[in-house]
Design a protein around this ligand. Structure first.
Ligand code: F0G
Length: 457
């Protein structure tokens, strides 16, 4: 088989500003060893997130010029609405400025104390919006999803038996919704199978619980189904996506991922009464229902992005790039989550830096080493992000200490990815030199964004 090439030519470029190892050491120290406090211009390859960082196509940029900025009834809204309906088949489409705005509206409407929202794994903002309403979020990931280094085709699946047991324990009347995250971001970008969606739907239906999809990376999930699930090899990705959504009563989406947009999102559903309630809130917080916190030009970009993302030569390149990097690392002995997810490579920092105890944050230490070695910015997903303190002030660590390297869509070429692999392997070979970190300043919530740290002496 020949090399899978980037299925695009580059028309517009942005410079990367090179700096030296010595400069990066100083930059990282000045940023208190927190990658969120490093200026983007000081980063060579930015893998902090795949959200809002896509390269838009010339077609999308042309669409931006055609955006109609009417306050009400803009034709750009109708193009957006049609694009979302074509993929999801859902009846009521509500634009929002990004994914978490859709979540805020949905969970303010359906949440509240004593209620439980069940998921494979809730993303942080989804969980935060559920908890902010007074309700609880419950993650019921399948057994395969709990083992980062043991490959399985659909490690994002929801544990259907655990779901049934949970319903028996809490009562269906206290579960306003089940929400499946596809692909499962917090679980390594791992896909959910069609069979699992179907089985979850059957349980939901039997108990009258609506099924929603957190659809940020729906196209990547659909492509994994095509590659890995019996009976889907000859179906096109659009048809697979349509089937996934056919089991759903609604969806939330951040268009900053699989719609290639730099901003945007939506909330969609079949229940007219719920849609009305959500639109009432939308008007207070986001805007009129035909723009919902977005400019007409953003709605155009999303509509076009949703058409482009189901293109299979794009998805082949996309999924292959992540797999290519994962394989290179695995072959060099670097501990990495397997199989590769859809949007990011996850390094297992606990296995990579066994000499750094969890209370010295091995994930964050690895993030710092990657930056100093090669100007690569990733993010810790471990005890810095999820750790809590017990009553004695001792760290209750997270189960896993991971570093996520999320790959922006259509932005980096194969030589960028080769460079990333070289840097990681270099860091891996010199891993004994990496030191742990201690916290010097932290916020009570979501501390990883603003934390200040220093190396242990
Ligand atoms: N759901 C999932 C699965 C996500 O990954 C995100 C964002 C959201 C919801 C919220 O969307 O950012 O538009 O408000 N994930 C980004 C990330 C931030 O880096 O993984 P948003």
């Amino acid at each position: 088989m020949k090399t899978i090439i980037e299925p695009f030519r580059i028309k517009s470029v942005e410079p990367i500003y090179f700096n030296t190892r010595e400069q990066r050491e100083k930059i990282l120290a000045a940023a208190h060893y927190n990658p969120f406090l490093v200026d983007a211009k000081d980063v060579l390859i930015d893998l902090l997130t795949d959200s809002g960082t896509s390269a838009m196509s010339s077609h999308q940029w042309a669409g931006i010029m055609q955006g109609d900025e009417s306050y009400a009834g803009s034709p750009s809204f109708y193009r957006f609405e049609n694009a979302v309906k074509k993929i999801t088949g859902l009846s009521f489409i509500i634009p929002t400025h990004q994914g978490r705005a859709a979540e805020k509206i949905l969970f303010s409407t359906l949440g509240g104390p004593g209620k439980f929202f069940v998921s494979n794994t809730l993303f942080d903002t989804t969980r935060a919006n559920i908890e902010y309403s007074g309700a609880s979020g419950v993650d019921l990931i399948s057994e395969a999803g709990k083992h980062p280094s043991i490959p399985a085709p659909f490690k994002g699946n929801l544990d259907v038996v655990a779901f049934e047991n949970f319903i028996a324990e809490k009562g269906a009347e206290n579960i306003p919704m089940c929400i499946i995250t596809i692909t499962n971001n917090s679980g390594g970008g791992q896909p959910v199978s069609m069979q699992n969606i179907r089985e979850v739907k059957a349980v939901c239906k039997a108990h009258n619980i609506p099924l929603f999809i957190d659809a940020c990376r729906f196209a990547e999930n659909a492509y994994f189904i095509k590659l890995r699930e019996e009976g889907y090899q000859n179906k096109d990705v659009l048809a697979i996506a349509q089937e996934m959504f056919s089991y759903a009563d609604g969806a939330t989406m951040s268009a900053k991922k699989d719609a290639f947009a730099n901003i945007g999102g939506f909330l969609a559903m079949n229940d007219e009464h719920l849609a009305q309630e959500c639109r009432n809130l939308l008007i207070i917080t986001e805007g009129f229902p035909t723009y919902g916190g977005l400019a007409g030009r953003d709605l155009e970009a999303i509509a076009i992005g949703l058409e482009e993302v189901v293109d299979e030569s794009y998805l082949q390149y996309r999924i292959r790039s992540i797999e290519y990097l994962t394989e290179k690392l695995y072959n060099a002995g670097v501990p990495v989550m397997r199989p590769a997810g859809g949007h990011a490579v996850y390094l297992d920092a606990k296995a990579l830096l066994p000499h750094i105890p969890v209370h010295e944050y091995p994930g964050q230490a690895l993030v710092g080493a990657l930056y100093v070695e090669g100007g690569i910015r990733g993010v810790e997903i471990g005890s810095l992000m999820f750790g809590k303190y017990d009553e004695q002030g001792q760290l209750i660590p997270s189960v896993l200490e991971l570093v996520r390297l999320a790959v922006p869509r259509r932005v980096y070429t194969q030589s960028h990815i080769d460079y990333v692999a070289e840097v990681i392997i270099e860091v891996f070979q010199n891993r004994e030199k990496i030191k742990g970190l201690t916290i010097t300043e932290e916020a009570p919530l979501l501390r990883h964004f603003t934390v200040k740290m220093k190396p242990v002496s």
